[in-house]
Write a protein that binds this ligand. Structure first.
Ligand code: HEC
Length: 238
């Protein structure tokens, strides 16, 4: 019996490690806060500007985002919607999957539930781990040889240079552009973005937690009465 318990416990601990492909480097903590509305607003803006070109968030409706992020309809349309969608539309993209498969070798996954699939620490580390490898190509330390380009290169302050040789033109990312975001500002931008991805992974999570506290409080009070009642009923039974 003891052995069985040990085996089952060990399996429970080992399973998650075996299930997900272990990233190559230790993950850093995202430390995001889904109750921070200004951070979510900035994150939403980064998302539509830098990610929505390739990644849909097909389970998320624009007007739901506006409501939760305390944006008016005007603010929503002016800041987050650029291609003539309607506020009740979901965040889909126009790029056909076949084309993106041709261009990138892979279809960019929908990001609605990505924070729950990979975890916020993974996203935070992944988005900050793009680097220029020795061949001058964009590469990633968390997902080596990923087909996703370093879309945040501008925020990160990388400079893009286009060279040409006999085979045609190719581009390189190099050096840090003076006057770009500082490393701390870039980390904050990524944290905001991850915060938004965390929020869309479960828009109701804040309400769920608030409700959870009330439910537990109710159960505690109810327990007191149940206990008093039990004592009353059983007091004559010796
Ligand atoms: C130019 C198109 C493009 C843009 C823009 C883009 N991505 Fe990607 N993304 C991809 C592709 C292609 C993949 C699949 C990569 C792979 O599996 O190698 C991917 C994969 C991902 C993954 C999954 C990584 C994994 O572990 O499988 C995440 C998370 C992600 N992108 C987040 C983002 C975020 C956040 C943004 C905005 C800052 C963004 N992407 C912008 C093309 C893009």
């Amino acid at each position: 019996m003891v052995r069985l318990i040990i085996a089952v416990t060990a399996a429970l601990f080992l399973l998650p490690a075996a299930a997900g492909a272990a990233p190559q480097i230790p993950l850093e903590r995202a430390n995001n806060d889904v109750s921070n509305i200004p951070s979510l607003q900035r994150g939403a803006r980064y998302y539509v500007n830098f990610c929505l070109g390739c990644h849909s968030a097909q389970y998320v409706r624009y007007n739901r985002v506006a409501r939760d992020l305390q944006l008016s309809e005007d603010q929503l349309v002016n800041n987050l919607m650029f291609t003539g969608e309607r506020p009740f539309d979901t965040m889909t993209i126009a790029m056909p999957a076949e084309d993106s498969a041709n261009w990138f070798g892979k279809v960019p996954p929908d990001l609605s539930l990505m924070s729950r699939a990979r975890g916020t620490d993974y996203l935070y580390t992944f988005l900050r781990s793009f680097y220029v490898d020795e061949n001058g190509n964009s590469n990633n330390k968390v997902l080596p040889m990923t087909s996703m380009p370093n879309v945040l290169w501008e925020l990160q302050g990388l400079q893009r240079a286009v060279y040409s040789n006999g085979d045609g033109e190719f581009e390189r990312f190099e050096s840090i552009r003076p006057g770009s975001m500082s490393a701390e500002e870039f980390d904050r931008a990524v944290r905001d973005l991850v915060n938004f991805l965390d929020y869309i992974g479960e828009p109701i999570q804040l309400e769920r937690r608030r409700l959870g506290i009330k439910v537990i409080a109710f159960l505690l009070v109810f327990m007191l009465f149940a206990w008093l009642l039990k004592r009353e009923i059983w007091k004559d039974v010796k």
